[in-house]
Every structure is written in C-alpha cells, then in structure tokens.
Design a protein. Structure first.
Length: 583
C-alpha cells in the first residue's frame, strides 16, 4: 500500500498492515481478506468547581488501538449477528489495545503486530463457530458478510490549539463561590468537560484517514431535598465543538441562575405518582423520544442479529409516522440554527464517508442506518427482484459504522433529524389549544407539558420487553378547566415504540436541538438530536424510583451559625419564608 501523505503514523500503520496481510496464514484455514487498523489519541479534560474551590482537574492523553481482522470472504466470514454479539471487551485482545504514549512509529508497529496476531486467532475461532451455527441453526437472514466499498483518502490537519484551562478554571471557581449563598442545595457543581480526538485509519482496501474532533460541554448541576425526602436534580448543559463556542462568564452565570431558580421551584413541587393523558413535548424532549423509540430500531445490524425483535424489519414502505414528518440521519451536517451538532463526523469508523441517510419520508419508512454489514433485500429500498433475476450485490453502507474503539463498529445514529412540512405543522398556541381539547374530549382534568428530558433508554432484544423510557427533567400539568399550570416531579415517560409513534397527532415547526452520548453494543458515541414539538394523544408517566432520605444532621460548615441545629441560619430563613406563603 502506497502512502502519499507525509505522516509517519499513517506510514507505520500502512506498513504493518501490509506485512500482516501477507504473513497471516495458517494451512487449511481461511486467510484474512480484510484488515483495518484504527488509532485514536484522546485528550480528556475535566474541570469541576464547587463552593469557591477547584474540586477536580483531570487532563490526560491516552492512545488506543482497534484492529479488525476478517477471514474468509465478503460472502462469508467470521462475523455473526452483524457483530452485535462479539463481546470484544471480554476477550484476550482487549488487554492489548493501548498505543505507545509517544506514538513512536516502531513501537506503534510492535503494538499493532501483537494485537493483530491475537485478533487473527480470535477471527479463526469465530469463523468456525459461524460455520457450526450454519449447520446447527436455520439462519434465515444470512446474506453476505461485508460490503465492498470504495477506498477513502481523507486527511485533515490535526488541531492542537491549547485549551484555555487557566481561564476556564478561574471562571468556574468564581462562579462556584455563589454556591456559598445556597446551603439548601446539595452536591452542587459547575464543570467543563472536553474531549479532543485525533484518529488515524488505514485498511487493506487502500483507505487512509486522519481526522481531528473536539467536543466541549459546560454544565451546572445541583440537588434539592424535598420535604418527603427525595433528592431532585436540576442541571443545565451547553455543548460546543470549538473553543469559540464555549460560553462567556456572563452566560455561564445566567445558566447558573436558572438552575438556582429551578431548584427553589422543585423543592415546592409535588409528585402526582403517575399520569396518563395527552402530552405536548418540546423539540428537545421529542428528540429523545425519537432517538429511543425509533432511531435504535432502525440500526441495520439489528435486522440480521439473532435475539433482536426487529420492530421495523418488515415495515419498509409502510406508514409509521403522520403525514408531513420526515426523518433523516445526517452526520455531515455540522450545525443547525447556529448550534453545532455533536453527532457530526466526516468519515465513519469503517472508512466510509459520512452520508445523509433518509429513514422516513412523509411518514413512510424508506430506509435504515447501514454500516458495512449487508441487509437482506427486503430491508433495502429498490431491492425487489423478479423471479429468475440475477443476484444483486448488497447495498452499500451509508456511512454510519461507529464504534467507541473496543467493540466492532455497527450502524449507529449521528445526527437524527426530524423535520416537518410547513403546510402541516402548527404554531405553539395551536398545539396547546389542541392539547386542551384532547384532554377535555377524554374527560381528563389535566394534560402534560414536557419541556425537557434528562436521559433516555430502550430495549430492543427479544428477551426483554419492547419499551423505552425517558427521565423527565421539567414537566408541568395543565389544568384544562382553569388554564393553570403547576410543576411536578419524580416522573418518567414510558411507552412502547409502535404505539407511541402512532399517537402523534400534531407537531410544530420550530426545531429543538439536543446532544449527548449514546450507549449501545459498539460503545459510547456522541450524537445530536433535532426535532419539532410534538403532540401525543396519550402518554403514560410512571413514578420514578424513589428512596427517602433525611436532611444532614448538621448544616454545611459555611452556613453553620453555631446553634447546633439541623439547619443553619440561611436555610432556616428560607423555611420561614415558605411557611408564610399561601398554600
């Protein structure tokens, strides 16, 4: 393999890959037909302050290797179940993933040589296990094993711009001093997290990739203990993909004040225990629902893996959302509405260019997220064959093969974007009016307005129930007779994917943007989510897990007035004020 760029790391990786390709052979056993080497160099930063002090400063660099060895052929190789059941983290090879700290080329080649040998041995074992499964089981969804793709050469400059750690540290410490005025709040922190990743990729098809990415996040978080002994969390987070996008001190202070105000509000909020009825979800909350209920079930590897329920496997061409809604996943979009998207990248972890994947068009399912794991023809648009027609090659990847580094890449979301047609979407006022009418028609006293979701999760395997859950960060109940709203807490949104999506009866036009890390079989990867507000005819909210706690016997040292009571001077004044307010 010739390397035309002047990068000693790529040269070393390509040279060792070529040596492995020629020398890895065992008489009577299949040879490698595809090799891929990936080197990730991560710089991880954590700055965390509280009570006017820097509590944590963690700044480290670590290099990790990933080697993919495929033996056999594109039609049949060592990978079963689309790679979902590999458990790579439990194998011997997982002990040999560290790259040399100085990335010296010969030391790097030695690390790749050792890891490749172990991966080759594991690949041969897996190949024969796959052959055994073909005999002992009816693998009806088996197609080919690996798609053929065009080699990619994509070389980016490596961004090593120094992070302003000292300035950020001072800003966080200064901001955190304000926590000394709020002894009623527990475990409060202000922090900045960052990850800069340089990545090098070479494969036996001739791909050469060097990329550079940065993810940053500012967060304020705290807890309040309610009168019934429940710790309730409030947080605000701001993401960025460059240093310039990080907030200035004034904006950090504004987010801090929002958290303080919301903690006061939540301390007085009640928990309804449960709720069922219509609900209006903001764009941020809706993006979490689409991510959990829809996005994970459109990941192509799940359509071929044993043990997966394949919720949408046989629904290509069928309506799954209302007319006027479209869903795409586009990691090539770097920003939307002036906000950078966390799920953006240029080349995926299998050396395929990032592409826009159309998933739902006007409410109809039209595609799936695909990596280099082929899908059966019935899951690929336009793949229907007439009797006797020649066998078609598997549809190619649409650039969504992603991995955190240890497990094999699988089709994952990047930026999941839900769009609405202007002729079908409604204004915010119209959505709230329809929400009220739905509740009245159902004979319900309250409707729910969900402003923010903190996190979500779902299950897709056939062993478990097909459900998703969202941890609600901000929800109000609307009295449909009086129009009054009141904040409630300790609730989780739960549902089953098909029924939840069918209950969308209206949607807005303004898009909300979300960000976070998504956890699945191939590890934790950054993702973005974009969606309009949606109105659901019915949702179920369940009581969140609750444990009762008592207040600390002593107040924090900075609020202790020396009385020896359970609450200090500032907290006691706050309690007296609340008692004077009308209930």
């Amino acid at each position: 393999m010739s390397v035309s760029v002047s990068d000693p790391i790529l040269h070393a990786m390509a040279a060792e890959l070529q040596r492995s390709r020629q020398g890895l052979r065992v008489p009577g056993s299949p040879r490698p037909y595809h090799l891929r080497y990936v080197l990730r160099r991560r710089r991880e930063l954590l700055l965390e302050a509280a009570h006017g002090s820097l509590m944590r400063r963690r700044d480290r660099e670590v290099g990790s290797l990933a080697v993919d060895v495929r033996v056999g052929s594109h039609e049949f190789d060592n990978v079963l179940d689309g790679g979902l059941a590999g458990d790579e983290g439990d194998r011997e090879s997982a002990d040999w993933l560290l790259a040399p700290d100085d990335l010296e080329p010969m030391a790097l080649r030695c690390a790749l040589w050792k890891l490749t040998q172990i991966k080759f041995d594991e690949a041969l074992e897996d190949y024969y296990e796959h052959r055994k499964a073909m005999i002992s089981e009816y693998l009806r969804d088996e197609v080919a094993s690996f798609t053929r793709e065009q080699p990619v050469r994509h070389i980016e400059d490596l961004d090593d711009t120094p992070l302003p750690i000292q300035r950020w540290t001072q800003e966080l410490v200064t901001l955190s001093r304000r926590l000394l005025d709020h002894p009623e709040f527990y475990d409060p922190t202000v922090c900045i997290r960052g990850e800069r990743m340089h990545r090098w990729l070479v494969d036996s098809e001739g791909s050469l990739v060097r990329s550079s990415d940065l993810w940053l996040e500012f967060e304020v978080r705290g807890f309040v203990l309610t009168d019934d002994g429940v710790y309730v969390e409030v947080s605000r987070a701001w993401p960025g993909r460059s240093i310039d996008e990080m907030l200035d001190e004034a904006t950090m202070t504004a987010l801090f004040d929002e958290v303080i105000a919301e903690l006061h509000e939540l301390r007085e909020a009640a928990s309804p225990g449960s709720f069922i009825g219509p609900a209006l979800l903001s764009g941020q909350a809706a993006s979490t629902m689409f991510h959990e209920a829809l996005g994970h079930r459109l990941e192509g590897n799940r359509l071929v893996a044993r043990g997966e329920t394949r919720t949408f496997a046989h629904m290509l061409g069928e309506r799954i959302l209302p007319v006027g809604l479209h869903v795409v996943d586009d990691p090539s979009i770097v920003e939307l509405g002036g906000r950078s998207l966390w799920g953006s990248y240029r080349v995926d972890d299998e050396g395929v260019l990032a592409q826009r994947a159309e998933l739902v068009r006007d409410g109809v399912l039209v595609g799936f997220l695909r990596n280099r794991t082929p899908l059966p023809d019935q899951h690929v648009p336009g793949s229907a064959k007439s009797p006797g027609s020649a066998k078609r090659p598997p549809a190619r990847s649409n650039g969504h093969g992603r991995s955190a580094g240890v497990e094999r890449p699988m089709a994952r979301m990047g930026n999941l974007i839900v769009e609405s047609d202007p002729q079908h979407h409604a204004t915010s006022a119209a959505l709230e009016a329809q929400l009220t009418e739905l509740a009245r028609a159902q004979g319900r006293r309250y409707a729910a307005i969900i402003h923010r979701v903190r996190a979500g999760e779902t299950a897709t395997d056939s062993y478990d129930f097909q459900v998703f859950k969202g941890e609600l960060a901000h929800v109000e109940l609307l009295n449909v007779e009086t129009g009054a709203r009141h904040r409630v807490r300790d609730l989780e949104l739960i549902g089953t994917p098909l029924s939840a999506l069918q209950r969308i009866v209206a949607f807005g036009g303004e898009l909300g943007v979300d960000h976070g890390y998504c956890y699945a079989e191939s590890g934790s990867v950054p993702v973005g989510g974009v969606a309009p507000a949606i109105l659901l005819s019915e949702v179920e909210l369940q009581q969140a897990s609750r444990s009762g706690f008592h207040e600390p016997l002593l107040p924090p040292p900075f609020a202790d007035d020396g009385s020896g009571g359970r609450v200090g001077r500032l907290r006691e004044r706050g309690r007296r004020r609340r008692r004077r307010e009308p209930s």
